[in-house]
Design a protein around this ligand. Structure first.
Ligand SMILES: Nc1nc2c(c(=O)[nH]1)N[C@H]1C(S)=C(S)[C@@H](COP(=O)(O)O)O[C@H]1N2
Ligand SMILES: [Mo]
Length: 259
């Protein structure tokens, strides 16, 4: 055993010895006993979890090079919302589409694609991982969500960002079949969290979520809302749809789908 963990064990042993609870000899014997080892292992697990949580969530997802881009990326879930309203927007090249930004913000916004394209942009080549086990690599360009939220001005009470989509994935009597998703502010403000309007240097095609989709590179595919129509800052998502924070979460998936 070497490295930070070993020194951590030594530190713990010294601390126990210094506290006068045990002599060093006894401490060493005790440290080798199963009970203390498992206590240390529990602490080690906790430390690792805490680190992953604090550092891991802020860390960047891997980015790839042009030659890694997948030739035949798979489209999943809805590949065309195909409603009258959506088809009308698509026929007009989404010129009439507006992204509504509201909820707990100081300045509600209605942004056109042109508005978004005029804001700071980020391009990233990343891997999309679906919960089903397949993946593809593509190049995405879009507006950092942080920039849009800064423009709207988040209210102090805002804790989550909810995305409402144009497609209904399941017809239900209570109307809870519309696709939606939610993320917390750690993810919302992450530098790779972008509202993508371009894929592989072309306007985002309909199967992949035109005119705007979320890229959230530290989580699984189902978190990345396609066909975004509105964004809402909320304090809680309990009152939205069936209350679990997303279409798939309402049907049993994890709300936090970290990878
Ligand atoms: N609006 C909407 N967003 C969605 C879905 C969907 O059906 N509707 N499917 C999700 C799932 S499960 C995955 S894996 C990805 C698929 O993205 P892709 O079409 O680029 O493969 O979109 C996610 N976002
Ligand atoms: Mo997925």
């Amino acid at each position: 055993m070497s490295g930070p963990l070993a020194s951590r064990r030594r530190w713990l042993q010294r601390a126990l010895a210094a506290a006068g609870t045990l002599t060093l000899g006894a401490c060493e014997r005790l440290a080798n006993s199963e009970r203390v080892s498992s206590a240390l292992d529990a602490e080690e697990t906790w430390t690792r979890r805490a680190q992953r949580w604090l550092l891991g969530r802020a860390a960047l997802a891997p980015e790839y090079s042009e030659r890694d881009i997948s030739q035949d990326p798979r489209s999943n879930g809805t590949s065309d919302p195909d409603t009258d309203a959506y088809n009308a927007l698509a026929q007009g090249g989404f010129a009439a589409w507006r992204l509504a930004v509201g909820g707990l913000v100081e300045r509600p916004l209605r942004l056109s694609l042109e508005d978004l394209r005029g804001m700071p942009a980020r391009t990233q080549i990343t891997r999309h991982d679906c919960v089903e086990g397949w993946s593809y690599i593509a190049k995405w360009t879009g507006t950092p969500l942080a920039a849009v939220l800064a423009r709207a001005g988040l209210a102090a009470r805002a804790r989550y960002i909810v995305f409402y989509c144009a497609d209904t994935l399941e017809i239900t009597l209570d109307g809870t079949g519309q696709y939606y998703e939610s993320i917390d502010l750690v993810d919302a403000l992450h530098p790779q969290t972008i509202l993508a309007y371009a894929m592989n240097d072309h306007p985002l095609p309909i199967p992949y979520g035109a005119p705007l989709r979320l890229r959230l590179e530290r989580q699984l595919g189902y978190k990345m809302a396609k066909y975004i129509m509105a964004i809402e800052a909320v304090e809680s998502f309990k009152g939205i749809s069936r209350g679990s924070g997303g279409f798939w979460e309402d049907r049993g998936y994890e709300w936090y789908a970290g990878i």
